[in-house]
Write a protein that binds this ligand. Structure first.
Ligand code: AR6
Length: 530
């Protein structure tokens, strides 16, 4: 079931060229760290050559650069025969533990990983990993895994120093990018799988970066964790069988100045929309696909989480790489990732999530060898008191966030591709769907992007939303006119479902009458969320 214009009509007027020019150019600059040599070979079967000439200073600047597992300052102490404490390189220990003895089962894998993470040896429990091997694989499949795949995952991890010298953090309030080859990404993921990243095992609250080592995933009790592990192993199987030669770009977008929604004259009739109760965002080819994110990129993908963001990351494991270097998002920031392909088929959602086999993603590449898959991660506010979302400062926070996610430079001659979104912030984060679709409509209009909205099975929403969108377009309404209705609704609100009735009943009155009362904006987000 769908409403609005057809997808063909949404795409009318876009050239193929425009559709493949949506991500930043790849060139070395202060704002764009490119981890491979440019230009890329014209032969698309040739792997990009790693660029290894970053200065050594970077390696010891832990504020700005990721501490890598082979970093010289990463050491551990051993007691020698004379009882003396001696310093050893942690990377040597990692190599010894993984390379010098054959790992034949998941218990030995756990032992090896814990040998270079002694601090956490008691705390970590790898029950999900053991469950996967004991219950999902036959004995000969287990043997095959440890004989064939495991040594290659280890090799891939240990190649890291030959692939990457240093990686900057993409820190808050900066517009910065990193581009890397898919092989570099695979090596990072192999290290994350083997839990080699130092200084990243502390509880999330004490750091402003997502987790990256897979230790929590291996210990999570939920049934769907085993399904996520299947996704990860299928990814490794694929890249080991044939390493992809493409590249990925990770971009942090920070916006300083946002439009004044209460005075914006932009009209809803300026863009096209389509709403659909059946499709899903990840299948929306050629669009800017929204990740309903946590401010820590990836949310609970390496734990028990299994909703939209976690599922997307499990089926496209290259997205997990960003968890290594993206600092948590502030309200005026979003994250864009280009080129991360789907490796896994899946079915179900949350507790019913299931790996359904290998998936070959045939999306074409742009001139920089990035698959034309554009994902924007934007975190909504998690509402413990859902009524709060109608406070003007929170309406603004959410609209600004979506504006930042959908941003398109008005000076850019390329036409922006449509947004593929849905009930952003309305599941785990308890937002109101009827409101969030309007805020995202505003963000699309202000960036001149067409909107494709997936209601995820909610036909009633699809219909009511379509009626509201048509109403706004037929009235030739502007953003400021709708905004006035949204900010005054809370004075009348009995339940969220009344929002559209309120708009239909009051749109003319509000827009011909005196301005809405001002709203006290002093309350902080922390107060709201407590
Ligand atoms: N395509 C379209 N719509 C979808 C899809 C899909 N593939 N999957 C889900 N929906 P939720 P949030 C709809 O709860 O509320 C994660 O842990 C469906 O109606 O994932 O923004 C993050 O890491 C669903 O109820 O997003 C954050 O911590 C709704 O989208 C947190 O959840 C919202 O999906 C974000 O929560």
């Amino acid at each position: 079931m769908c409403e609005g214009l057809s997808i063909e009509e949404i795409f009318e007027g876009y050239s193929t060229f425009q559709r493949c020019n949506q991500a930043p150019e790849i060139k070395h600059s202060k704002e764009h760290t490119v981890l491979f040599e440019l230009p890329l070979s014209e032969d698309v079967d040739v792997l990009p050559i790693p660029r290894l000439n970053e200065s050594e200073e970077n390696e010891s600047n832990f504020e700005e650069y990721v501490k890598l597992p082979f970093d010289k300052s990463s050491i551990y102490y051993e007691i020698d025969q004379n009882g003396e404490k001696i310093q050893k390189s942690r990377w040597d220990l990692i190599k010894d533990s993984l390379k010098n003895r054959k790992i034949e089962n998941s218990k030995e894998l756990e032992e090896a990983i814990k040998s270079y993470n002694t601090k956490f040896a008691k705390e970590w429990n790898f029950s999900a990993l053991h469950k996967f091997f004991d219950e999902e694989l036959l004995e000969e499949q287990q043997e095959q895994f440890f004989d064939e795949l495991m040594p290659k995952i280890i090799d891939l991890a240990l190649q890291l120093p030959d692939l990457i010298r240093s990686i900057p953090f993409l820190r808050q309030k900066r517009n910065q990018c990193i581009s890397m080859s898919k092989k570099q990404a695979a090596s990072i993921l192999a290290n994350a799988f083997l839990c080699t990243f130092p200084n990243r095992n502390v509880a999330r609250k004490s750091t402003d970066y997502p987790e990256i080592n897979f230790s929590r995933l291996f210990g999570s009790k939920s049934a769907h964790v085993v399904q996520k592990i299947k996704c990860i192993f299928n990814y490794f199987r694929r890249v080991i069988l044939k390493m992809p030669t493409g590249v990925l770009t990770f971009q942090r977008r920070y916006i300083k100045d946002f439009p004044q929604w209460s005075t914006s004259d932009l009209k809803f009739s300026s863009i096209k929309w389509h709403s659909d109760s059946k499709g899903t965002i990840e299948n929306a080819a050629g669009m800017l696909q929204v990740d309903f994110a946590n401010r820590y990129l990836g949310g609970g993908v390496l734990g028990h989480g299994c909703v939209q963001e976690e599922i997307r990351f499990a089926v496209c494991p290259e997205l997990i790489v960003g968890m290594l270097f993206f600092e948590s998002m502030k309200p005026d920031e979003t994250i864009l990732i280009t080129g991360a392909e789907i490796f896994n088929k899946h079915s179900g959602y949350s507790n019913t999530f299931k790996w359904e086999g290998n998936y070959i993603d045939n999306t074409p590449c742009d001139k920089f060898r990035r698959k034309q898959i554009y994902i924007v991660a934007m975190d909504a506010v998690s509402f413990h008191k859902p009524k709060m979302q109608f406070e003007e400062f929170l309406l603004r926070r959410e609209t600004n966030k979506a504006y930042c996610g959908f941003y398109h430079d008005p000076n850019d001659i390329e036409k922006p591709i449509p947004v593929a979104t849905g009930n952003w912030g309305c599941g785990a984060f308890r937002g109101a769907k009827n409101l969030k679709c309007l805020l995202q409509f505003i963000a699309c209009v202000s960036n001149n992007r067409n909107l494709v909205y997936f209601t995820f099975g909610d036909e009633a929403l699809m219909k009511s939303m379509a009626e509201m969108f048509s109403f706004l377009q037929q009235k030739d309404a502007s953003i400021s006119q709708l905004w006035k209705c949204l900010v005054t609704f809370k004075n009348d609100m009995k339940c969220f479902e009344d929002l559209y009735k309120y708009i239909y009943d009051n749109f003319d009155i509000i827009n011909n009458n005196s301005p809405p009362e001002t709203i006290n904006e002093c309350q902080s987000f922390n107060e709201i969320q407590s």
